[in-house]
Design a protein around this ligand. Structure first.
Ligand code: HPA
Length: 268
């Protein structure tokens, strides 16, 4: 199976056995540079790993150390809008679990729907609304991964969220909390769609993360997820959404995100 050959290849490349993984979203790649004694494993070298087509994603796993802690970073993820299947989009999480990862920290770029947010805000995801029209668990259930009907009442670990708020307070980093609506993209939303999303209880909108979170929960992993509000969602401000500006905002706040991640990871 594809997962086994990926795992075998990765094990041939690193001796580290991290319990914690960090997935870095668009424009948020800087954290990977914080790891010491690091080994890069490029997706293109891993058997069966979907190649990364995104312009601002590095496309590699980085195994390394954050002081004493072994960490693996997924620098770049695949998305449904690239044409990948939900199984391909979530394969990385399956592989990481097989390698021993129990805690997933996801980051992403998101549009801010909640009017209390501003561009550049960091928001802890408390829950999600899956509007991608698919679920990565559709199909025959592999009982060795998890149950047919996994519970999602605490998809984003309450204890991890408490830790995240504590760390943010200590580091004097402003950290809001909100509900993330996942859409497929790749077109950004219309203003009418954003009004709809606000009405149904979404604070953020993005095109990633939810498939991985579902699969992580299926396997009993604990999840912490942080959105960077790279732009206010369509129609909130009298201006268009430009992808390069989305990436630019990510780059602008990633130093804060790096400080936050360095504080939070050893406590998970
Ligand atoms: N919509 C959807 N996904 C996004 C956005 C947005 O406004 N910004 C960054 N990712």
């Amino acid at each position: 199976m594809v997962i086994e050959s990926s795992v075998d290849y990765i094990l041939s490349r690193t001796k580290l056995a991290p319990r914690v993984a960090v997935v870095l979203g668009s424009g948020l790649g800087a954290f990977a540079d914080e790891l010491t004694d690091s080994t890069d494993v490029h997706y293109s070298d891993i058997p069966g790993w979907p190649p990364c087509t995104c312009i601002d994603h590095a496309g590699k796993l980085v195994f390394g150390k954050l002081e004493d802690l072994d960490v693996v970073v997924m620098a770049g993820r695949s998305h449904l809008y690239e044409g990948y299947t939900p199984a391909q989009v979530t394969m990385g999480v399956r592989v990481l679990h097989q390698l021993g990862v129990q805690s997933m920290v996801m980051t992403n770029a998101a549009g801010g729907i909640n009017l209390a947010y501003s561009q550049g805000a960091l928001v802890l995801i408390s829950d999600h609304i899956n509007l991608q029209g698919s679920n990565p668990l559709i199909g025959v259930n592999d009982d060795s991964f998890g149950p047919r009907f996994p519970d999602m009442t605490e998809a984003y670990s309450a204890s991890y969220r408490a830790i995240a708020h504590e760390v943010a307070r200590e580091l004097e980093i402003e950290l809001a909390e909100g509900v993330y609506a996942a859409v497929t993209g790749p077109s950004y939303e219309t203003p009418a769609e954003i009004r709809y999303l606000r009405t149904i209880g979404a604070d953020l909108v993005g095109m990633s993360t939810v498939p991985e979170v579902i699969v992580a929960n299926h396997m009993g992993m604990r999840v912490l997820a942080i959105s960077c509000v790279t732009n206010m969602a369509a129609g909130v401000l009298p201006q268009k959404i430009v992808h390069l500006e989305v990436l630019e905002t990510g780059r602008r706040v990633q130093n804060t995100l790096v400080r936050f991640l360095k504080g939070v990871l050893p406590r998970l």
